[in-house]
Design a protein around this ligand. Structure first.
Ligand code: PLP
Length: 428
């Protein structure tokens, strides 16, 4: 199995079959540089998915790579039983970036663990158990995270943790109440109160939500949504957990964290993906009083690992030095304009939504119903054109378009052109 052409067969033979890949015939990648990935034939692909919103400062970013190499040569691992500079410096940095009074970090290896830690922190702080989450959300792959997740395709195994209630999602394009924003009086947000009154004891531990529902198909709540839900949650004694695994670290443009666009100060924030440009990391950020409520022992062997922490610091500094918060907004606007034009031109483009460099396209048939077959076709065509995008949504019919934050105008225009060709060739 020395050659890339053998790897697909190797994957089929030796990995869990559940490790699914995109495309009819899996794509094997061997190298990445900046905005591009390359297959074994050195064919370039413009990357508009960034390893699931993770490679924020570009593939093989020289600064991130050299800081990681320096760190692994100097001190690669100690566990959290000892104090190390990269972990502490990263925690200090995050305390400066996080909104409101959130300033304590607990480091892990993934978004799943970050969410586990956040939910448990809220339960310990409030002395309560019940959690409110949103339908269509994705929280991770542990039993708790799958129980929070509200898409049956990702709730596998059949056993789920009780006490997690799911409110209607602020999915304006397919409003559960049949209403239209802004004339809807935010019925989905107000319904959270009835959900608490009718399906919980009335004493909740927390509300957990992604500012933009990522795997759920980039459902983007109206501007007033989270403040209204926060008011209700706090009335019933719950904490506010913002799952920023996809929306964090400048992805939505102009702000470090997505929830800042909605003017809410969470008690807990969870991060992973884009915070270290691909090095494995997760972080739960909390206020002093929430962090101090943790009862009993806990440890994460790899949490706060010096190499991942160094990668994260280098990624954050790169975002600062290159002003990628601004770039994500500016390029996001350009991308959004282009996608809106595609919506005017192609019937299959039913809705365009998102923020910054996190834009979704909901693909529909002539009756406006979700059309995942058309997305299958678009996927094969984008691959042939040399463009990588993602997909999601409960009905698997939403294109997820999320280039690295270093994208320039030429990249955005090239990606839009390739996408248009693919939609057209797919009969959109
Ligand atoms: C919003 C959100 N939260 C949590 C997770 C879980 O993160 P991980 O896959 O790193 O465990 C994901 C992963 O896609 C996610 O999108």
């Amino acid at each position: 199995m020395k050659e890339p052409r053998d790897w697909v067969q190797g994957q089929r033979s030796y990995l869990y079959p559940a490790v699914s890949t995109y495309y009819e015939e899996p794509l094997t990648l061997v190298r990445g540089e900046g905005m591009y990935l390359y297959d074994e034939a050195q064919q370039p692909y413009l990357d508009f998915f960034a390893g699931i919103l993770t490679v924020n400062v570009g593939h093989g970013n020289p600064e991130v790579a050299s800081r990681m190499c320096d760190q692994i040569r100097t001190l690669g691992h100690t566990s959290t039983l000892y104090v190390t500079g990269p972990q502490v410096k990263l925690a200090e940095k995050l305390a400066g970036l996080a909104p409101g009074r959130v300033r304590r970090s607990f480091f892990t290896n993934s978004g799943t663990e970050a969410n586990e830690t956040a939910v448990l922190s809220a339960q310990m702080h409030t002395g309560r158990q019940e959690i409110v989450a949103l339908r269509h959300c994705y929280s991770g792959r542990s039993m708790l995270a799958m129980s929070v997740t509200a898409q049956n395709a990702w709730r596998v195994g059949g056993t789920h943790i009780a006490g997690i209630k799911h409110a209607h999602s602020p999915y304006c394009y397919r409003c559960a109440f049949g209403r239209s924003y802004p004339g809807c009086d935010l019925e989905c947000a107000r319904d959270v109160e009835e959900l608490i009154q009718t399906t919980t004891s009335g004493a909740i531990a927390a509300f957990i939500a992604e500012p933009i529902l990522g795997v759920g198909g980039f459902i983007t709540p109206p501007p007033e949504y989270f403040q209204e839900v926060e008011r209700i949650i706090r009335e019933y004694g719950g904490l506010f957990i913002a799952d920023e695994v996809q929306t964090g670290f400048a992805r939505t443009g102009d702000r470090w964290f997505g929830i800042e666009h909605w003017g809410v100060e969470p008690d807990l924030i969870t991060c992973a993906k884009g915070m270290a440009n691909g090095a494995p990391i997760g972080a739960t950020l909390a206020t002093d009083e929430v962090a101090e409520s943790w009862q009993g022992k806990t440890i994460s062997t790899f949490g706060g690992n010096p190499v991942s922490s160094a990668a994260s610091l280098a990624t954050i500094e790169h975002i600062e030095e290159q002003n990628l918060l601004h770039n994500a907004r500016k390029m996001g606007d350009r991308l959004r304009d282009g996608l809106e034009q595609l919506k005017e031109k192609y019937r299959a483009v039913g809705d365009v939504r998102g923020m910054g460099l996190m834009q979704g396209v909901e693909v529909v048939d002539e009756d406006g119903a979700p059309d995942s077959d058309c997305v299958d076709r678009i996927f094969e065509k984008t691959r042939q054109q040399g463009l990588l995008i993602g997909r999601g949504g409960l009905y698997n019919n939403v294109l997820r378009i999320t280039p690295p934050l270093i994208a320039g105008a030429d990249h955005i225009d090239e990606g839009l052109e390739l996408l248009e060709r693919a939609i057209s060739a797919a009969g959109g």
